[in-house]
Ligand binder design. Structure first.
Ligand code: CU
Ligand code: CU
Length: 468
């Protein structure tokens, strides 16, 4: 039978006080879980069943039955005034609950496999409410979805795709002499997709995070055309760490919206270098996405490999908590306190775990990752789960001998590294910062490796829920 919390006088008093004070309750007040007292315990208008985990092996809710059957974290809908019934099934034998704060609706926390609990509440007002698991870490890990009461408005906000594909690497320079290389970079401010259902205003180079990877040869002269879009709200500039001279170019490029300029520089030293906007507040511009990498190849070029990838890490500071849907706002205060809500590879939460942005390779191939940290503030302990870096060009020095057989390598903000490894075993390898709390704030990328199993290297029986 239904599990109901007793109606309390306290709850009623709180409501009355709130109403008397004219408090604009942002969420629909509800007689959540109070139907046990009501003589007219109405039959639910809408009923949903959710199972924890389902067969996904992940920390999510999965819909059971009806239109939401099999859907991960389905959006539930109701009309204002509806009596909503949600049945929660424990599908993974782990401790979970389901909570909707604004509607005062919550199951208890329970761990027993296949146990069910039913909550019934009234959705008195239109709005968009997050349902989530309140066990620490579970919401961040993915256990949340939306209950939309009435017309959907800001929930599930959509913005431009600002994710730079990790495959977007220019061709090797090869064995050529120095040249004049022309590059065009445009500062663009765009409302982009930060996470599923969440958007924010990004500052970008050429519309993506990171900006385009530039690839030149040592001694090349680069003629860089820099423009700030007319639609911009802020001035922007570019400082390339590959440049020798004041501001790394920033002194020539601080442009107001609509302006354009050209400057040239000679790439004196090989290496993989960060570039970024250097317009105050610099940390703000970087946090919002204004960074990229420029590779200066040594004479003769780098050794060929089978696959090359381009990945950059950054933090994002929003007023709203991690996972809040809708349009979210930059928080200067959190930035100064160095308390990001999101950590991202290539601009958006979990972007490189999505089908369209995953990296792919075959057993027997060699991969090279050009990895940089835009930051602005956090050092990355860069690691690929399940792999050992055969070679690390520590601090992106291409003129020193590489380190060999490295598990995790430090990359400073405004710094980079080049790692190389051969693929011996098929499976899913996860790019992380081994400060792993950050994985629960959006920081992960998948490298999918196909090929024949290699039981002489690794063998066993797969277990569920390992997250790999
Ligand atoms: Cu949980
Ligand atoms: Cu800027």
């Amino acid at each position: 039978m239904m599990n109901r919390k007793p109606f309390t006088i306290a709850a009623l008093l709180v409501t009355m006080i709130a109403l008397v004070l004219g408090v604009a309750l942002t969420a629909g007040f509800t007689r959540a879980n109070t139907l046990g007292q009501a003589a007219n315990a109405a039959a639910p208008n809408v009923e949903y069943t959710l199972i924890t985990g389902g067969d996904t092996g992940k920390l999510v809710f999965v819909g059971v039955g009806g239109e939401i059957d099999g859907v991960v974290n389905p959006t539930l809908t109701a009309n204002p005034g509806d009596v909503v019934q949600i049945t929660l099934i424990n599908g993974d034998g782990m401790l979970h609950d389901l909570v909707i704060d604004e509607l005062n609706a919550a199951t208890s926390q329970f761990t027993e496999m296949d146990k069910e609990e039913v909550i019934v509440f009234t959705a008195d007002q239109a709005g968009e409410f997050v349902y989530y698991c309140s066990v620490p870490g579970h919401r961040q890990a993915g256990m949340w979805g939306m209950l939309v009461v009435g017309q959907a408005t800001s929930a599930a906000a959509t913005g431009a795709n600002i994710v730079r594909s990790p495959l977007d690497v220019p061709p090797p320079v090869g064995d050529r002499g120095p040249e004049l290389v022309e590059v065009e970079i445009v500062a663009e401010e765009v409302v982009g997709q930060l996470a599923d259902g969440t958007t924010m205003t990004y500052f970008t180079f050429n519309g993506t995070v990171p900006g385009p990877m530039l690839r030149v040869r040592v001694e090349d002269t680069v003629e860089l055309t820099f423009r700030n879009e007319t639609s911009s709200q802020f001035p922007h500039s570019i400082d390339l760490h590959a440049v020798t001279g004041p501001g790394g170019g920033a002194v020539y490029t601080n442009l107001r919206p609509g302006e354009e300029t050209v400057f040239t520089f000679k790439a004196l030293s090989p290496g993989l270098y960060v570039y970024h906007c250097a317009t105050p507040s610099v940390a703000h511009h970087i946090a919002n996405g204004m960074y990229g990498l420029i590779l200066v190849e040594p004479e003769g070029g780098l050794e060929p490999v089978d696959r090359e990838f381009y990945v950059m890490q950054g933090e994002i500071y929003t007023e709203e908590d991690y996972g809040t849907p809708g349009y979210v706002h930059f928080s200067h205060e959190k930035m100064l306190d160095e308390q990001p809500e999101y950590f991202v590879f290539n601009g958006a939460a979990n972007a490189l775990t999505l089908d369209e942005n995953m990296m792919h390779a075959q057993v027997g191939e060699t991969v090279r990752i050009y990895f940089g940290v835009g930051g602005p503030n956090f050092i990355s302990s860069f690691h690929v789960i399940g792999e050992i870096f055969d070679r690390v060009y520590d601090q992106a020095s291409l003129t020193s001998p590489p380190l060999t057989d490295v598990q995790t390598t430090l990359v400073a903000p405004g710094g980079a590294t080049v790692v190389e490894f051969a693929l011996d075993v098929p499976g899913r390898y996860i790019l992380v910062d081994h400060a792993l709390s950050r994985m629960e704030r959006g920081l992960a990328g998948f490298l999918m490796v196909e090929g024949e199993p290699q039981p002489e290297i690794i063998n066993g029986t797969l277990t569920e829920g390992s997250g790999h």
